[in-house]
Design a protein around this ligand. Structure first.
Ligand code: SIN
Length: 315
């Protein structure tokens, strides 16, 4: 083993945080190249716990990219909202970023804000890796939910019914509000709309996940508008049940790494009631095209698949 690698592979400790989702991983330095066994241990924990957390990892943008690249190809920071200048693979999750600037009063419902990253694309990123840099002393927690457990906890007749359904995903302002002109312009210039199965078969584990990203999924194909609304509200209420979730308290140097094929998450909104700043940075890894239980793949309606950053020419 090279001297620059993390020296020990037997020190990785995985500590679960709730019954169904979330574990902290200790005993690894993400700023250094990982040994193959460490990559395998982190991947296994990710598949089992859906989101894994690391503490005290004070990474630079370059180290964040290098860590991420050991698990897959990186996308551009964000296909619609751009990237940090000089760092094409890094997306800035600042408190007042473009993606969260809306005007008017949105209709708040229990699932408002929950989403799986970039499901408007035909191949949403397989994973996201978020690192905390400026963290409020209180408030600003992020929550994740386990979509595989959510699917399993539906009744068998309802599972059978939704197994064959598909839905339309796109970027829009939350209902009741409108996007600011910057938001609208970005969404119009790089329009992304896709049709995905409501139930996604996880490509690595074969598990079925209830793939119903509340912020992006707008309607169910082939049913009436009222049927679509009632069914989606039932499924969104279900996926956000507290017992399927974990809530993470950030510290400077925390890193969260989640599987977008089996989770949805909720960025905090309490930070807007506080004067503290909050700044995190995210990378995402190129994902495959989802497939439903009947073998039917997702379809791009508008826009191109999310490409590896290395393959994109920036102007
Ligand atoms: C995200 O949606 O990726 C950001 C989550 C957060 O701000 O906590």
């Amino acid at each position: 083993m090279s001297a620059a690698l993390n020296p020990r592979t037997d020190e990785i400790a995985v500590t679960p945080l709730s019954a169904h989702i979330g574990a902290e991983i200790h005993g690894v330095d993400l700023a250094k190249p990982l040994a193959a066994e460490q990559v395998a241990a982190i991947r296994a924990a990710l598949l089992k716990w859906r989101v894994v957390f690391f503490r005290e990892q004070f990474l630079t943008h370059e180290q964040h990219v290098a860590f991420s690249s050991q698990f897959g190809e990186l996308t551009l920071g964000h296909p619609v909202f751009g990237h940090v200048d000089g760092h094409p693979e890094i997306y800035s999750i600042s408190k007042f970023r473009k993606a969260t600037r809306f005007e008017g009063q949105s209709l708040l419902r229990p699932w408002t804000g929950w989403h799986t990253d970039v499901t408007a694309a035909v191949n949403p990123p397989f994973a996201s890796i978020l690192r905390g840099v400026t963290i409020p002393p209180y408030g600003g927690d992020t929550q994740w939910t386990n979509l595989v457990v959510a699917y399993g906890k539906l009744s068998a007749p309802l599972r059978g019914f939704i197994d064959g359904l598909r839905g339309i995903h796109k970027f829009t302002a939350p209902s009741g509000a409108s996007g600011t002109s910057e938001f609208e312009q970005a969404v119009k210039e790089r329009s992304l709309v896709s049709e995905h199965p409501l139930v996604r078969v996880h490509p690595e584990t074969g598990e079925r996940a209830l793939y119903v990203s509340p912020s992006f999924l707008k309607s169910i194909v082939g049913v009436t508008p009222r049927e679509s609304q009632a069914l989606l509200e039932l499924l969104w209420e279900h996926v956000t049940r507290p017992e399927f979730t974990v809530r993470f308290k950030w510290q400077k140097g925390s890193v969260a790494f989640w599987d977008n094929r089996s989770t949805a998450h909720l960025a905090p909104s309490d930070i807007f009631d506080l004067d503290f700043d909050r700044q995190l940075y995210r990378t995402t890894l190129v994902g495959d095209i989802p497939v439903g239980p009947d073998g039917g793949a997702s379809i791009a309606i508008e826009g191109s698949p999310v490409a590896a950053a290395a393959a994109v020419e920036l102007n």
